[in-house]
Design a protein around this ligand. Sequence first.
Ligand code: SF4
Ligand code: SF4
Length: 104
Amino acid sequence: MNMPELDRFDEWAPEEFPKGYLCNAGTSVEYITGGWRSMRPVWNAEACTNCMMCWVVCPDSSIMVADEAMTGIDYDHCKGCGVCVHECRFNALEFIREDEAEVA
Ligand code: SF4
Ligand code: SF4
């Protein structure tokens, strides 16, 4: 389909509007969103009480858990929103600039 001129979109006929696109279900894990991050949460395992509040509030399912205990942060998908840092009542999460992080 040839796209009509964008500056005349108010004159497009209904059939000229581009169709939306839906991704296949279950593909979000393959989409690495960690590169969007400008800030990163850094976990202090010593201070962590495994209360799981960060796991509850993380909008990206990036708090990693095994056997009912936190095991780390999925930096491939964490977007650095900071909600987990804000909600941690035990100061077990620090929020630092991404360009100051020690990348392993
Ligand atoms: S909210 Fe804080 S104390 Fe609770 S599991 Fe997360 S990092 Fe640990
Ligand atoms: S910064 Fe946001 S996306 Fe990253 S782990 Fe915390 S709550 Fe999840």
